[in-house]
Each structure stands twice: as C-alpha cells, then as structure tokens.
Design a protein around this ligand. Sequence first.
Ligand SMILES: [Zn+2]
Length: 154
Amino acid sequence: MEIKQPKLVCLEGENKCPYRWSTGEMVGAFLTALRDHQKIMGGVCTGCGAVIVPPSSYCETCSSPVEEMREVGPRGVVMSWARVPEPFIDAPLPAPFRYVLVRLAGSDTSMVHVAPDDDNVRVGAILIPEFREERRGSITDIKWFVPEGSQGDG
Ligand SMILES: [Zn+2]
C-alpha cells in the first residue's frame, strides 16, 4: 500500500501583538535611575557579592538572590567590540557604529551597548556614557558610550 505524503499548506500573514511587561524590581530600579538621575546601578549578589550590571533578580554565577543596588561607573573599560559597517533593520544607530562590551567601574560583569565608530573605541579604552536629554526609562536612555575626553558627535 502506498502512503502519500500530505501536501503542506502554508498561509501567509502578519502578526502584530502590542504588549506590556513588568521589568521586575531590580531592572525597574536600574531603568528609573537611568531616567531620573543619569546613574547606572548594579545589583549586589547576596551570595558571592558580585555586582551585576544590568541587575537581575538572581546571580547567574551562584544563583543567590540579588537584593540591593549599588551605583557603578560611569567610567567603563572596553572588554570587546565589533564594528557595524552597514545599516540593518532596527539597528540602534545609523551605520557605521560599534557594539561594545563595557565593564563599568565597580561592576563584576560587562554589558553590551553601542559606541561611535571611532578608532579610540578599542579593547582597554575607557568610555563614559552619554545620556539622552529626553529619557524614558530604557537602556537607550544612554545614547552610547564615548571615549573619555571626547565629546561624541551628537
Ligand atoms: Zn552570586
């Protein structure tokens, strides 16, 4: 007996799903500090004492709760970077720019952010955050990190 494979039926469409989600206590405090005080806060692990930026509710290293906040930075060192030479959909900045992995002073973790396409943005360089004038409680309230001593270009 011959078994025929079913013919696949494909429907095309587009889903749009507006949503809101709670940031949780730690990330909420982190975003509020960015928006209202232009300060970067890390979470302190109750188990190993690691300062985690951006903070999470639990430590990724030892799984202990993270229950208090501590200010970090604003200076940070570039741990790694990647140049983005071409534009892409939903890019955070017009190309070219750089993604950077920044370890802020007083932090035990690094965070991903963006920087201008500047040859002074390299491993070991010291960067400082440039905050947007209008902030809304988002990681993008930090426009980008620029080399210390430069003014950025807008
Ligand atoms: Zn820990």
